[in-house]
Design a protein around this ligand. Structure first.
Ligand code: FUB
Ligand code: ZN
Length: 674
């Protein structure tokens, strides 16, 4: 097996979408999100929080007329880490200074990355021209030495790299690199790639183990995995070494962040937020800011794979287990508390105050894919699928025009409006955000989903997510072509037809979803089949027209949480296939908490219109507590409750909040049955 790539994601060029669930989502991103975001980046959307992103690049690159040079009377604006202190009153007459969050540059980088993926599946010369022009603007801001972060270019380079902990220069490098690599791979144009390399080279000249170099590392991780990507596209070892340096340096004593702030020996807790409390190989529990954490773990998995570092692999597995066994919602969401946008302690998974940032779920998908690259095992793909169909997709409205940053599993609009502890939970998706990390992250992951669905090594094509499309694969000098038609996520029928002109001997490894108890496959007579780590591996010679049919049973399933998850104790959640269901007021009336599920009774399946489209509706047998005579007293002596027979109508969780503000819940009390 090739060492560098145990199991690499397919290139988007190897995939041609052919209808189905994800093609629709990719089209939504192409038609709605990418153009809308471009308007946002240029502050042209009335009523939306201004981005200032492209404006900052223009100011930094002196492409806007400077109103005045920084002189003796120059007053440093009062920047805060979390962004501008106050919006200027007169938006038409802004000063030539930096506006927005310190990481505002990254909004462009994520946008251009999404554009790149979209161009591969759907060439669009006009969009490409817009991106080329944007790249010109971005590159104009780059300094001679390669540095490219507009916050410091505009505010003064004297303070650059002085606050690695909270300012995001290395984060901006990471996103710029990811966008640049994707754009290069999509178009063959290397202007942005060269800019990213120059920035990375500059950073490489400043940071490293060599004497005289800075021993710092990113406060917000991502540079690690981005540098690995740069290494893989350029073959330049120095990028891999730099990624490894950042990973190895993290958490060493004395803490770099202590030295940076000139404070003495703080304790571990202070740096859990940044996952820099201990060397990464000694970390046992996923802690701190959830997005940062999964971005770090993704970089660790990349480096562990490429350097065959067993100790690092073990740390990745341990942190993976800490997340999925103790800290992940049933939707695949992570980061239970809004305080520090962080993981909470094990099994603390509140539903109504959940933070569950969209970016954190996206980061979990990144981590899962990298674990799969490290060691193909369907447990990783199961989580990847769970997050994609649930907590990731819930981040975007069905029409692609509004977004959630926070993805709760229970919402009561009145509480969201009146209870300060839940102000972070919005009962309806927003057009945009001042801190706009999530929408462009959604755009880049959705438009590259085929590269999560399929991966390959020399002689094997892995089917992790059964998504419809045609996949080509080189096996030596032969080209294999498979056409996949899949009913996922609504039905479990998956047909795989070999369409290559030449017969090819190879393996097809099809994931048997962890949620599926019964399945069968037809058409396997001429192949040798084995089950390996959750994949059904079909080996043999594939001839034109060979057809295999999988049927994965997709009956509705009820889940209970580990007893230690107090918030879910005695409750049930409902899944069908990979999709988590929720109940909304729109289909059930209010006071959803009065419903109790009867899991032994049949579930009816029908359809409901949401946003002008048909979605599956599950009618779960339930009973509803009768509260006809409200008590005058807040507390009354216990009396035997009365129930009425009820149906609890449930829709896919990702489709919630598309019919205005209303109550929603995923977990319901289980009715006691004799
Ligand atoms: O700091 C950059 C991004 O902003 C983080 O990843 C998000 O959690 C948000 O805080
Ligand atoms: Zn986000």
């Amino acid at each position: 097996m090739e060492k560098r790539h145990n199991n690499r994601p397919i290139s988007l060029r190897q995939f041609q979408a052919a209808g189905g669930f994800w093609k629709e989502k990719m089209e939504l991103v192409r038609k709605e999100v990418i153009p809308y975001q471009w308007e946002i980046l240029n502050d042209r959307v009335e009523g939306a929080s201004p981005s200032f992103c492209m404006r900052n690049f223009k100011v930094a690159g002196k492409l806007m007329c400077e109103k005045r040079e920084k002189g003796a009377d120059y007053e440093e604006p009062a920047y805060t880490f979390r962004g501008f202190e106050a919006l200027p009153e007169d938006m038409d007459h802004l000063e030539d200074r930096f506006y927005g969050f310190v990481f505002q540059d990254s909004d462009f980088s994520k946008w251009v990355e999404a554009v790149a993926y979209s161009l591969v599946s759907h060439p669009d010369p006009q969009l490409e021209q817009t991106a080329d022009e944007a790249i010109e603007i971005v590159c104009a801001a780059q300094l001679e030495n390669g540095y490219l972060d507009t916050y410091y270019i505009i505010n003064g380079m004297d303070k650059s790299f002085s606050n690695l902990k909270d300012h995001h220069e290395l984060y901006c490098l990471g996103h710029l690199t990811e966008g640049a690599v994707a754009y290069y791979e999509a178009t063959g144009k290397d202007k942005l790639l060269k800019a990213a390399m120059r920035f990375a080279d500059y950073i490489d000249s400043c940071f490293g183990a060599e004497e005289g170099k800075c021993k710092g590392y990113p406060g917000h991780e991502i540079a690690e995995m981005a540098l690995v990507r740069l290494y893989e596209v350029t073959g330049e070892e120095r990028y891999l070494n730099l990624a490894k340096f950042f990973i190895d340096e993290r958490g060493k004593r004395p803490y770099y962040f202590d030295c940076e702030e000139e404070v003495k020996q703080t304790d571990e807790e202070r740096y859990q937020y940044y996952q820099s409390h201990r060397p990464v190989r000694e970390q046992e529990e996923a802690v701190g800011h959830a997005v940062r954490a999964v971005y770090l773990y993704s970089g660790m998995a990349d480096v562990a794979r490429l350097t065959d570092d067993e100790q690092l692999k073990t740390a990745c597995r341990r942190l993976w287990n800490s997340i999925v066994r103790e800290k992940m919602y049933i939707t695949g969401a992570i980061g239970a508390t809004h305080i520090g946008e962080s993981f909470s302690f094990p099994f603390d998974l509140p539903n109504d105050t959940a933070y569950a940032e969209t970016c954190a779920s996206i980061g979990l998908v990144f981590f899962a894919r990298r674990m799969l690259e490290m060691e193909p095992d369907a447990v990783y793909a199961d989580v990847m699928e769970r997050a994609l169909y649930n907590s990731v997709l819930s981040g975007m409205a069905l029409d692609g025009k509004s977004f959630f940053y926070v993805n709760p599993l229970e919402a009561l609009p009145e509480a969201c409006h009146k209870d300060e502890r839940k102000f972070h939970v919005k009962p309806i998706r927003q057009k945009w955000f001042g801190c706009a990390c999530c929408p462009p992250n959604l755009a880049r992951i959705i438009s590259s989903v085929p590269a999560y669905a399929y991966s390959e090594n020399e002689d094997t094509l892995f089917v992790h997510l059964h998504i419809s499309g045609t996949i080509t694969k080189q096996v030596g000098d032969q080209t294999a072509v498979f056409e996949v038609e899949s009913g996922m996520p609504w039905n479990g029928n998956v047909s795989i037809v070999y369409k290559g002109e030449q017969p090819v001997r190879m393996k097809l490894a099809v994931r048997i979803p962890g949620w599926c108890e019964h399945w069968k496959a037809d058409g396997l007579e001429n192949y040798a089949c084995t089950e390996e780590k959750g994949y059904y591996v079909i080996t043999g010679e594939w001839k034109t027209g060979s057809r295999i049919l999988f049927a994965f049973d997709m009956e509705t399933r009820f889940y209970q949480a580990d007893d230690r998850v107090r918030e879910d104790y005695g409750k049930l959640a409902v899944m069908r296939g990979p999709v988590v269901y929720c109940a909304e007021e729109a289909d059930n009336g209010n006071n959803l908490h009065l419903y109790e599920i009867l899991p032994m009774h049949p579930v009816l399946e029908s359809e409901v219109m949401v946003n002008g489209e048909k979605y599956p509706l599950l009618s779960v047998s339930a009973r509803k507590k009768v509260t006809t005579k409200p008590d005058q007293q807040l507390y009354v002596k216990y009396r035997k409750p009365e129930y009425e027979t009820a149906q609890l109508n449930m829709i896919p969780y990702f489709a919630w909040a598309n019919r205005g503000e209303n109550e929603m819940a995923v977990w319901f009390n289980k009715a006691e049955e004799n």
